[in-house]
Design a protein around this ligand. Structure first.
Ligand code: VGL
Ligand code: ZN
Length: 206
């Protein structure tokens, strides 16, 4: 099964959303076209309760500040992707008919979950790896938002779980809290054995 994983393509990560990713909306037409080239499409969805401790407001701090959250370094975020709110819905304009499974993450208020596979403390498994193995997925292609957070950690965990993993780099955008975050994220993924490819390599094949 050639599989496309859509990471957190949600309204709150679009330029008009609560945690805007610059140009995040620009990936949507491309991701829609890419879907036609895959046998299986799976999505992740950031899905936070209102008391999620990654939200700066709960610490009297500003988004972008760092804290230690139960022993793990945590960058603080604006309130985003609240369960059952429009901001958490898959993005307006994203083709969703062929998405076979949506994996929700970030539901535990005490620990953030950038990866679609595990919480940041690697204690809780979302079931994504088991699902992909059950579907006999060998090749996993990753697109989505944000390149330097959820896409990066999802792709790194996919490698760790043994999947042949490719990042379709023009199908992603970064939030770039620090200037070079996206560039560094791509380097880190490449160093871990993630193939870095362009959408054209997929779209130009039959
Ligand atoms: C994300 C920050 C906080 C992401 C989610 O999807 O990249 N980033 N929550
Ligand atoms: Zn989040």
């Amino acid at each position: 099964m050639k599989t496309l994983l859509l990471v957190d393509i949600q309204n709150d990560f679009l330029p008009t959303g609560a945690l805007p990713v610059p140009e995040g909306d620009m990936i949507i037409p491309l991701v829609n076209r890419l879907q036609e080239k895959f046998d299986l499409i799976v999505a992740t969805q950031d899905w936070h309760p209102a008391d999620h401790e990654s939200f700066a407001v709960h610490h009297g701090k500003k988004p972008g500040e760092m804290i230690l959250l139960h022993g793990i370094e945590q960058i603080l975020w604006p309130v985003h992707c609240l369960q059952n709110e429009p901001g958490a819905e898959l993005a307006v304009g994203l083709e969703t008919d062929r998405i076979e499974r949506v994996i929700q993450k970030g539901t535990n208020p005490k620990v953030d979950s950038y990866s679609g596979f595990f919480d940041n403390d690697h204690q809780r498994d979302t079931g994504l790896a088991a699902y992909l193995k059950e579907k006999e997925v060998k090749e996993l292609f990753v697109v989505g938002l944000a390149l330097d957070y959820c896409v990066k950690f999802t792709a790194l965990d996919a490698r760790q779980c043994g999947f042949n993993t490719s990042l379709i780099v023009d199908g992603t955008r970064g939030v770039n809290m620090a200037v070079n975050d996206s560039v560094n994220a791509v380097k880190e993924m490449a160093a871990a054995g993630v193939h870095i490819i362009q959408s054209l390599e997929i779209l130009s094949s039959k």
